[in-house]
Design a protein around this ligand. Structure first.
Ligand code: HEM
Length: 481
């Protein structure tokens, strides 16, 4: 029987059993196939799933918007739901749908309200101080990976984002411990987990005390408070609440830690940009009373923000997701597609059960979205913060990028399931990045003398930096300013 999607162009299948999925999901370097398929076929194309089934890969902003906003039609795939259930449980915000999802999101949104975010800069500054102290100690103790002098700063950046979401300063003992789902929380540890004590400042350091404040302001703590004060009938049960805590920690730690890692990698790759941003940061700190930068000052830092937007565009923390059509549906595209029968179409009719992948949820939006030439221009794959500053440097169609809560980037998705922590993550990145750039200079180990330490993008749920032996690391030559 001819598939209703057979006329949509796409790459040939590489295997009858697995289709194109190994190329999509398991490439050695992230994007190896997707980037070239996107260049050939555009923002919506067909790939083969298992046993010659047809699936779609979308990165076109209009298509993403349509799929992300219609949560009735487009449901998470069984595979995704199964993984969330195994990891956290069926009450997790990632798992639940419809009215139940709306109710839980309403309660949790209070933990991420703009008024809460405005109070976060001192908390994040305290966390940055801890990383800086640790790096100073590493510089003294000579924790170098090779003769280039590079140190692996990846673990400390992850500890920092773990602090930020709340585990280190606020142990789970604040939670009700009666529900059975808490057991799985107690035993779950994110991949780069370290015990809280390992990220405490050494005894000879002064602590700013913000770790405690960090605990009080952590999303996990705030979600508990928000639940306690929400209307009766809307409140989450203990079991529901207990599953949102690991949800926030899983969703909030690695995504932000990896984005910060990529930001520092990009900074280390570009000495000129680094100097420009440091000059902006130093000026802003000098004009801020006590060196404490407010969010308003941060928002005024043109280069810093352009740099972080460009990092979020090219290195979306969560580079893949998918959805399944629960009924027949129509997906519009902003750029017409020429089918294999020669017809030009601006929408694709898909049958119930169609599986749609958003690769690269980062890459822009699910991430390829961040790399579409007709949105970003022919230099879409280049790291150019100036495109956010000078309109003439944005060679693509800026208006086509109209999806996503921050800077119209698809990195946090959109619609009813938009990332709940996007404001928190952006503020955390802004403050940690500012403090680290102010205190340290970064350079990459040269490829000629340190071939083993060269970084490539890989995907392990998140988009992570890995070195030649496949280990997640970020080897960088760090120098105190
Ligand atoms: C740069 C950092 C981050 C990135 C790139 C990111 C990205 C995303 C994306 C793409 C989704 C949608 C996933 C899907 O529907 O398949 C999502 C959902 C979510 N994110 Fe984030 N996120 C980040 C930081 C955070 C932080 C800091 C928190 C909380 C502390 C958080 C909490 C969540 C939660 C709870 C969801 C599920 C929302 C729902 O299904 O209603 N994220 N995130």
């Amino acid at each position: 029987k001819r598939s209703p999607l057979a006329h949509i162009p796409g790459p040939p299948s590489s295997s009858f059993i697995y289709g194109n999925l190994p190329q999509l999901l398991l490439p050695h370097t992230y994007g190896t196939f997707e980037f070239s398929w996107q260049t050939t076929f555009g923002g919506l194309y067909r790939i083969k799933g298992p046993f010659a089934s047809d699936r779609l890969v979308i990165s076109d902003p209009a298509a993403l918007k349509a799929v992300m906003s219609d949560t009735q039609t487009w449901r998470r795939s069984d595979q995704q739901q199964y993984s969330v259930d195994m990891l956290i449980g069926k009450k997790a915000v990632f798992y639940i749908e419809g009215e139940e999802h709306k109710r839980v999101r309403n309660v949790m949104n209070a933990a991420f309200a703009p008024v809460v975010i405005r109070g976060l800069p001192p908390v994040f500054k305290g966390i940055a101080e801890k990383i800086a102290n640790r790096w100073e100690d590493m510089l003294v103790s000579g924790a170098k990976l090779d003769a280039s002098g590079a140190m692996d700063i990846y673990p400390s950046l992850h500890d920092a984002t773990l602090d930020a979401v709340g585990e280190a300063p606020y142990p789970v003992s604040v939670l009700p411990s009666t529900s059975s789902s808490m057991r799985s929380y107690h035993t779950y540890r994110p991949p780069y987990y370290r015990s809280p004590s390992s990220s405490q400042p050494p005894p000879n350091r002064k602590s700013s005390g913000s770790a405690l404040r960090g605990g009080e302001m952590s999303p996990t703590r705030l979600a508990l408070k928000a639940n306690a004060s929400s209307k009766l009938g809307h409140q989450m049960s203990d079991e529901e609440m207990a599953q949102q805590i690991p949800s926030l920690m899983i969703a909030g730690q690695d995504t932000t830690g990896n984005t910060l890692s990529w930001a520092i990698y990009r900074l280390a790759s570009s000495p000129e940009l680094q100097e420009k941003i440091r000059a902006e940061v130093v000026e802003a700190c000098e004009s801020s009373p006590g060196g404490d930068i407010s969010l308003t000052t941060i928002e005024g830092m043109v280069w810093l923000n352009a740099f972080l937007k460009e990092t979020l565009r090219l290195h979306p923390g969560l580079p893949m997701s998918d959805r399944i059509a629960s009924t027949d549906a129509v997906i519009p595209v902003s750029q017409p597609i020429t089918t294999s029968t020669g017809e030009t179409i601006t929408e694709v009719r898909v049958p119930k059960g169609t599986h749609v992948h958003f690769p690269s949820i980062d890459a822009d939006n699910t991430n390829l979205c961040g790399r579409l030439a007709y949105v970003w221009g022919p230099d879409a794959h280049e790291f150019k913060p100036e495109r956010w500053i000078e309109p003439s440097k944005w060679a693509g169609n800026r208006a086509a990028s109209n999806f996503g809560p921050y800077a119209n980037l698809s990195t946090f998705f959109g619609g009813a399931r938009v990332c709940i922590g996007w404001r928190f993550a952006v503020t955390e990145l802004q403050i940690l990045f500012t403090e680290l750039v102010r205190r340290f200079k970064f350079a990459l180990p040269p490829p000629e003398t340190s071939p083993e330490l060269q970084v490539r993008m890989s995907v392990a749920v998140n988009m992570i930096p890995v070195v030649k032996n496949g280990k997640p690391s970020l080897p960088v030559i760090v120098e105190a300013v």
